[in-house]
Design a protein around this ligand. Structure first.
Ligand code: GLY
Length: 269
């Protein structure tokens, strides 16, 4: 891959606290009860990890009219100097964006999506100067095309891919390093990622496909020990396990819980 910008840990991270009624969030599978208090404890540990890594973490208060508000990644996509404030695919999540817009305003020029466009940030994976955008039950082709126009302002290309399973593109794959993709084996066509020069490693745990790389550190769900073991054998990567089990029950994972703002002159996931 030819990246114009170096890869680095983000400068600032936005997170949003857990709503007390998070158990009423959107989710496919209701078989396991969500414990919102436990989710808050796990969220605090996630935030502490980001702080311990030296990142500047901004917390946006929860809103109990938005049970999914902690999944802040879905509400905005930063392309550089510009950012798209999304129109989330789930109607119940559209009130989440007002607070995120206020929170992001100081860092980026914001572009807002209008109906009938939809896009969830969980469907957007950045790799260098490229954004892979998954069309899914949450992101429609018009939403992806809107992002293409804004991304071009920051010199990024968009590659649209089809999400075959899982909630979002990043339910199936994420970067574990600047040119290293991990993907849940068999869950997506990796041809476009290979064609972009990414090394693609299959993992056998569904939650292992969603890791969060922050410079030389990669956060891995503690529910994915085999993935953690696999990645810990990589050079130049330090694996940290994080318990996000309550968020997994809500179809969420590590990347969903934050929006990462790149350092000037660098890119991050
Ligand atoms: N619970 C995350 C979502 O469905 O958007």
């Amino acid at each position: 891959m030819s990246d114009r910008l170096p890869f680095a840990a983000p400068l600032t991270v936005l997170v949003r606290d857990v709503a007390s009624n998070m158990d009423r969030c959107e989710r496919e599978n209701h078989s396991q009860e969500i414990d919102a208090a436990r989710a808050r404890t796990q969220h605090d540990a996630y935030v502490k990890t980001l702080n311990d890594l030296g990142l500047d973490v901004h917390r946006i208060p929860a809103d109990d009219t938005c049970p999914d508000c902690c999944f802040i990644e879905d509400t905005a996509v930063i392309t550089g100097k510009n950012a798209v404030v999304t129109r989330p695919g789930a109607a119940s999540r559209r009130h989440e964006i007002a607070a995120v817009r206020s929170g992001l305003n100081q860092w980026c020029t914001l572009h807002t999506m209008e109906a009938p466009l939809t896009l969830d940030g969980g469907d957007v994976l950045r790799a260098g100067n490229r954004l892979f955008v998954g069309t899914s039950s949450r992101t429609n082709p018009q939403g992806a095309e809107f992002l293409r126009k804004i991304a071009a302002l920051d010199g990024l290309d968009v590659v649209v891919v089809n999400v075959r399973g899982g909630l979002h593109l990043k339910s199936s794959c994420t970067l574990a390093g600047p040119d290293h993709l991990v993907h849940f084996a068999g869950s997506l066509d990796i041809t476009p990622f290979r064609d972009a020069g990414l090394r693609c490693t299959p993992v056998i745990e569904p939650f292992g496909a969603n890791v969060l790389v922050l410079g030389p550190v990669v956060l891995v769900s503690s529910r994915s020990p085999a993935t953690a073991d696999l990645l810990s054998r990589e050079k130049n990567i330090a694996v940290r396990l994080i318990d996000v089990s309550e968020f997994h029950k809500a179809d969420g994972a590590l990347t969903c819980l934050s929006i990462r703002i790149p350092r000037p002159g660098a890119w991050c996931t």
